[in-house]
Design a protein around this ligand. Sequence first.
Ligand SMILES: [Zn+2]
Length: 171
Amino acid sequence: MGTYFQPVHIELLSHAVSMSEEIVSEYFSLTTEYWRKNPYEVKTLREERFLSLPHGVYAHLEKYGNNWDEKYYGADHRCLYRILVHDKRVLKTTGGRSPLIWPFFLYIMTHELIHMVRFAKFECAACIDDKEEEEKKVHVLTDNVLKRIKVPNIDVIIDFFNGKQVNLCMN
Ligand SMILES: [Zn+2]
């Protein structure tokens, strides 16, 4: 298994980003305007190989700027977000095969977007003082959001992230 995503994986990731945004928007009743005001970008390690992710995670949300275009929008708290996806870890876990990597991408993107929506709601990450508690909340929300959608193998991925013994590469 390679270190970086192949074009086919990047394409699936990009579809997963759009679909996650759609289902998160629906769940939290967010508009297109919301995403315009809370922009984010998704990067993989091929592009950002010098950035490090916390140990063991598949993806990670960062806030890397604020008050974007502040002069146009007034003094509100606008931030830029970046979601980093760890090519190697995702490839190792899913075997890089489309039937698994597609729901896997959907899961991790939905999870990170829910973090982002909650950060934006509380205006800054520092306001969420208990990170472990926040992680639990986001985890439960991710399950709730994804249980409503019909995507092959999403149930297997949900089980995987709930610590159930599923061998993804054998499916
Ligand atoms: Zn998380």
